[in-house]
Design a protein around this ligand. Structure first.
Ligand SMILES: *Cc1c(COP(=O)(O)O)cnc(C)c1O
Length: 482
């Protein structure tokens, strides 16, 4: 064992081959593990999130432009999976994952103003950026499980884009069964049909007679039931999984490599802090970044935290950007870990305060470290709709409301002195046709993939909000242990 977090790989003669990147928890336990274990575990046993023990340098400048998106993805991810998944397998995984995307650039850049670019992240199977991570995550799972001869039961609750992206990614995978809960009658038709139109033996949609909070409580209760968790080898699909973050780091590097001018600023519509944290990781792995704009809607705990240091939970208000209607931004813990100099004990204490007191305050000296890179900007619904109208009037493009939150926040920053700005376009406008029409008078064209989902038969069972009934349902359908 080398310094904390670095193991040295040895060949059969005991010669040291090189360093292997390892992972540790944000809550300070001493456990240090490799990539595969991090992938399968999701959350650390001490309740923390896994982060790499060090940051490998992976930015190679514009030279990488000659690579395809999938090739660059494998190149960028390789140091993080060091040794555990070989290069050929990793390349096959990214090639296969991104072959499902319907644009030759996978993540095209479109200029919407002088030095202001949109990074279109919605050309995947379910039309949101969530496909970038989940298409890779499901294949990584399958690859690792295949080798171990094991299976997993993936469970999750959804009120938005994660459920459909996870189902699309897991459908038909030999070693995975997926169960997704949504609140009966409480999600949009488009979102429900994107999930329930999928026909695959390993995909199970469950409408719970209750709210989204009931769904989340049931998922948590299943994870807390140790016997059930181990019998069924439960795995989670939310963005606390390090591999999801890793896959998202790629498009920051790829987008920047296509510019002729650095360092760029990125504007990121934010809910759970996963996507913008991936931008932070891109920066830590060598990408020159001028600023990361954390764009929030009126559920603005992150903007408050970055402006005043006060990280206190409020009530969630529903908005036209439902995927950002979040107060508990899980991945923020990973940034706190850095600004507290990787002191897991300090992080544990603050996360306990979040649970018991509803929040904590970040000291000024710590906050200043975050503020050297991050700016929080909250955008209300009036501004969001106005931005959709403005982009349409100026460029003819329709943008989705989540994207508009980021673009509106970016406007406050675009000047020639500040260099290029890249706004992340996180969903296809066709996923939110009513808001788009309200803002622009135009109804977005329904892409073929979505049109099919909208007329297909639906496959979904309705269950009461009862843990025993749900567990019996899952036990009888999961292939784990069979
Ligand atoms: C999930 C989602 C977001 C928020 O991303 P986080 O990683 O949770 O910050 C923004 N826009 C859309 C369309 C999403 O689906």
């Amino acid at each position: 064992m080398g310094p904390r977090g670095l193991a040295y790989a040895k060949d059969i003669n005991g010669e040291t081959l090189g360093k292997i990147l390892q992972y540790l928890s944000t809550r300070g336990s001493d456990q240090i593990i490799g990539f595969e274990e991090t992938l399968l575990a999701g959350l650390a046993p001490d309740g923390g999130l896994y982060v790499p023990a060090e940051w490998p340098a992976v930015w190679n400048g514009p030279d990488t432009r000659r690579l395809s998106y999938a090739e660059d993805a494998a190149r960028l991810m390789e140091p993080f999976v060091n040794g555990e998944i070989d290069s050929a397998a990793l390349n096959a995984i990214t090639r296969d994952a991104y072959s499902e995307f319907q644009h030759k650039d996978v993540a095209p850049l479109v200029e919407i103003g002088d030095g202001h670019w949109l990074l279109e992240l919605f050309h995947g199977p379910t039309l949101s950026f969530k496909d970038f991570a989940l298409q890779v995550l499901s294949r990584l799972f399958d690859h690792v499980l295949q080798r171990k001869g094991e299976r997993l039961t993936v469970i999750g609750a959804t009120s938005g884009d994660t459920g459909s992206a996870a189902i699309a990614a897991c459908q038909g995978r030999a070693n995975l069964d997926i169960f997704v809960l949504h609140p009966l009658g409480l999600i949009s038709d488009v979102q429900r049909r994107q999930m329930t139109s999928v026909v695959a033996e390993n995909v199970h949609n469950i409408a719970i007679e209750g709210t989204f909070d009931d769904c989340q409580r049931l998922v948590k209760a299943m994870f807390n039931d140790r016997a059930f968790r181990y019998d069924l080898a439960l795995a989670a699909i939310n963005s606390i999984n390090w591999a999801r973050i890793l896959a998202q780091v790629v498009y920051y590097h790829v987008a920047a490599s296509r510019l002729n001018d650095w360092p760029p600023t990125f504007a990121v519509p934010t809910g759970n802090f996963g996507d913008v944290y991936a931008g932070y990781v891109a920066h830590r792995t060598g990408l020159p970044v001028k600023r990361l704009i954390v764009a929030t809607n009126r559920n603005d705990i992150l903007t408050q935290s970055l402006t005043t240091g006060k990280h206190w939970l409020g009530d969630v208000t529903p908005t036209i950007t439902p995927s950002m209607d979040i107060q508990v931004a899980s991945n923020f813990e990973r940034l706190l870990f850095e600004i507290y100099d990787r002191n897991g004990v300090e992080i544990s204490r603050r996360m306990e305060a979040l649970g018991s007191d509803g929040g904590f305050t970040i000291e000024a000296e710590r906050l200043n470290k975050a503020r050297t890179l991050f700016t929080g900007i909250a955008i209300d619904e009036t501004l969001t709709l106005a931005e959709m109208g403005r982009v349409h009037a100026e460029t003819g493009l329709l943008i989705d409301p989540h994207t508009a939150v980021g673009v509106a926040a970016a406007r406050t920053f675009v000047t020639t002195e500040n260099g290029p700005v890249i706004s992340l376009a996180t969903a296809d406008p066709a996923k939110f046709p009513d808001s788009v029409e309200r803002a622009t008078g135009r109804r977005p064209k329904t892409p073929e993939r979505l049109a099919e989902a909208l007329v297909s038969d639906e496959h979904c069972d309705v269950l009461p909000r009862d843990l025993n009934t749900l567990q019996a349902y899952i036990r009888s359908r999961s292939r784990v242990g069979t």
